[in-house]
Design a binder for this molecule. Structure first.
Ligand code: SAM
Length: 277
């Protein structure tokens, strides 16, 4: 590939990182001067969610106009009881067919995104069916929230398969302990249930599809503080591996995936996995 073709690979993440640093700074000012609560700055997790929420409110819609690969087709066939991990402010909800959905649970830890999320649920025919939970996708946060919402029975420890479908869209890059978190999500799927995934992952540079330049850009942006300013988002996650491993030694009934733009710093891994029935 000629070197000029690599320019977007190298520069595009820099634009987003600059915006993230701006919103992080503004979140600090807001906490000190608007909320007059400087002591809240010691809660770094809260501050990072707040700053990411600002970034997402300003840019999320534009970043959702075109979704990678077959995602739109996959979401248009989603049905039943669905768990959406990290739905943000619900920009993705128009991609679902609300008539096929009986209930939808959104596990969104950034409380500042919930008003937009509920507004978008209402706008897209999911108003009465949508349950916005203030929690993350990691088991210690998600399981109590699901118990509280009533979908998990009180005696169950969390490995109860209750969802027809779990959607992970641009979120597994930021969940803590991804291996364990994805295993937890696998446990929540009904037998025969489907996981839909659209995630940027570590560049597959060792394969003919990937690129060394893309992989190096991931290292450089990580060193420049990408995960810190981007709400914990990691550019170098081995999510494809974690997904396959989550089903244990029996494996998934089926896995179907494609890489989208695998040469750049944001190679997306898009597809579906079906749990054995
Ligand atoms: C890049 S946005 C994607 C939003 C939405 N899924 C989409 O694609 O339009 C990532 C979202 O994940 C949320 N998030 C961050 N940490 C999370 C966690 N541990 N569990 C679940 N969601 C998380 C963020 O607050 C944010 O709303």
């Amino acid at each position: 590939m000629p070197w000029v073709d690599y320019v977007p690979t190298v520069l595009r993440p820099g634009i987003l990182l600059t915006k993230a640093i701006y919103h992080f700074t503004m979140a600090i000012f807001e906490t000190i001067f608007t909320e007059r609560s400087p002591s809240s700055l010691f809660n770094l997790t809260l501050l990072r969610h707040k700053s990411f929420a600002r970034l997402w409110i300003a840019n999320g819609e534009a970043m959702t106009i075109q979704m990678p690969g077959p995602l739109d087709a996959l979401l248009s066939t989603s049905r039943g009881v669905i768990l959406d991990i990290g739905p943000g402010s619900g920009e993705i909800l128009p991609r679902f067919n609300s008539a096929q959905i009986s209930a939808m649970y959104g596990a969104e830890p950034a409380i500042d995104l919930h008003p937009g999320l509920l507004r978008n649920a209402e706008k897209n025919g999911l108003g009465g069916k949508y349950h916005a939970l203030v929690c993350g996708g990691e088991p210690e946060s998600l399981i109590p929230a699901l118990h509280k919402s009533g979908i998990l029975s009180s005696g169950s420890g969390g490995g109860e398969g209750v969802f027809d479908e779990i959607c992970c869209i641009r979120v597994l890059c930021g969940v803590p302990r991804p291996r364990e978190t994805i295993r937890g999500l696998y446990g929540l799927l009904k037998p025969g249930g489907r996981m839909v995934v659209c995630e940027h992952v570590v560049n597959p540079w060792r394969t003919p599809e990937g690129s060394v330049v893309g992989r190096l850009a991931q290292v450089v942006y990580t060193l420049l503080g990408w995960p810190f300013f981007m709400g914990g988002c990691e550019l170098q996650r081995h999510t494809p591996e974690f997904l396959t491993e989550a089903a244990g030694k029996d494996g998934w009934a089926s896995e179907s995936f494609e890489y989208v733009e695998p040469t750049n710093a944001f190679p997306f891994y898009v597809g579906e996995l079906r749990k054995r029935g």
